[in-house]
Design a protein around this ligand. Structure first.
Ligand code: SAM
Ligand code: SF4
Length: 358
């Protein structure tokens, strides 16, 4: 265990945050959506997220304990206006106490006097055994990562031959009543582009909402190149070969990262929607309402942030809730306008996506 070090609190320089305290940045954005990473560990090795080998896990004592996670959630919801919490990782199902953490969050009340909306981003390995208990604990919605329905392509991307587990997890999520169930697929040229129409058809058949995401530079350096990226435009073109794509339904929703298209498949006359997330080619940073905490208690204002605000140190050194809230708010106040992938001087974050929390 950590020996608590004496904690010297210095009140951050006064900002417009001082009254009332909120996660407001200098561009007027207010963060209400907390991405809480519960572990950096994972049972897959997706090429776009982490290296196949050689990545050391964070030491156990660096990871926030259950009571530390609960306290940060309490501060976020109680003092900083958080209304939605998404548990992520690494693989959040690997955290044994996930149901307990969900139940704790579910018992809180937001500034709108209701429980925070609780969701999970998961690779679904083992979800078949846990979905019911997680729903009982307060989980409402789930995003399941699935890039291909072809077992070989799935194994090539994820590094493991586990497609069957994912499909069982999806069926369990449906049976447990989770809604909506979104399927996240990272689009990669020459890897899974041929299977995107099949994936969409599968999702339509099962009542799942497919979200196709542009590949972002958050994994091992050699796995991403701007020239190779399969853009939202390219994805629309591919889907357009087998589906009729109609108008976008959520053009007016400023916080939605995905543009949702109404689609119809000629042959089966099957209708539904598909979301396309153009995180690289058309970033939605101007409307971002997210704040992130890594499994080791570092607050990040952006996936691509180069600086983190340490919440764990003050937490372990006896800082008050108000002091921690001010450090968190101060870090968010400094949030940059955008992720800067297009800037000539763009530098990828030093941590991989699995260590940040997607
Ligand atoms: N292990 C869980 C999972 O895979 O759903 C949660 C963590 S994972 C980091 C969260 C999401 O980030 C996944 O949907 C994954 O596909 C996405 N992701 C990871 N690396 C990415 C990248 N370089 N570009 C775009 N999305 C990425
Ligand atoms: Fe693990 Fe999720 Fe990263 Fe894949 S995307 S390696 S499942 S954390």
């Amino acid at each position: 265990m950590h020996a608590p070090t004496a904690y010297q609190y210095t009140k951050p320089v006064a900002t417009s945050l001082d009254a009332p305290l909120a996660l407001r940045d200098s561009f007027g954005r207010v963060a209400r959506d907390l991405r809480m990473s519960l572990t950096d560990r994972c049972n897959l090795r997706c090429t776009y997220c982490m290296p196949a080998e050689g990545l050391e896990w964070l030491p156990g004592e660096d990871i926030l304990s259950d009571s530390e996670v609960k306290r940060l959630i309490d501060i976020g919801v109680g003092l900083l206006g958080i209304r939605e919490i998404r548990f992520t990782g690494g693989e959040p199902l690997l955290r044994q106490s996930l149901a307990e953490l969900l139940a704790h969050a579910h018992a809180l009340r937001t500034d709108e006097d209701k429980p925070p909306r609780l969701s999970l981003t998961t690779n679904a390995l083992g979800l078949d055994k846990k979905a019911g208990a997680l729903v009982e604990a307060g989980l409402e919605r789930v995003n399941i990562s699935l890039d291909s329905l072809d077992p070989q392509t799935y194994a090539r991307i994820s590094g493991r031959d586990r497609l069957g587990d994912v499909l069982r997890g999806i069926d369990a999520a449906i049976a447990a009543g989770l809604h909506p169930i979104k399927v996240n697929a990272v689009a990669m040229r020459g890897v899974n582009e041929q299977g995107l129409c099949d994936l969409l058809r599968f999702c339509l058949n099962k009542g799942l909402q497919l979200r196709i995401i542009e590949h972002m530079p958050l994994g091992p350096q050699h796995t991403w190149s701007r020239a190779q990226i399969l853009s939202a435009e390219d994805v629309l073109h591919i889907l357009g070969t087998e589906f009729e794509l109609n108008k976008v339904v959520n053009e007016d929703d400023p916080h939605a990262p995905a543009r949702i298209w109404i689609i119809r498949e000629g042959a089966n006359n099957q209708a539904g929607t598909v979301g396309i997330i153009a995180s690289v080619s058309k970033p939605f940073c101007a409307n971002c309402d997210r704040t992130r905490i890594t499994a080791d208690g570092q607050m990040r204002s952006c996936l691509f942030a180069r600086v983190e605000s340490d919440l764990r140190g003050p937490l372990r050194a006896g800082a008050s809730d108000q002091e921690i809230a001010e450090i968190w708010a101060g870090g968010m106040a400094a949030k940059k306008a955008g992720h800067g992938i297009d800037d000539p001087g763009f530098v990828q974050p030093t941590r991989f996506m699995s260590e940040i929390g997607g």
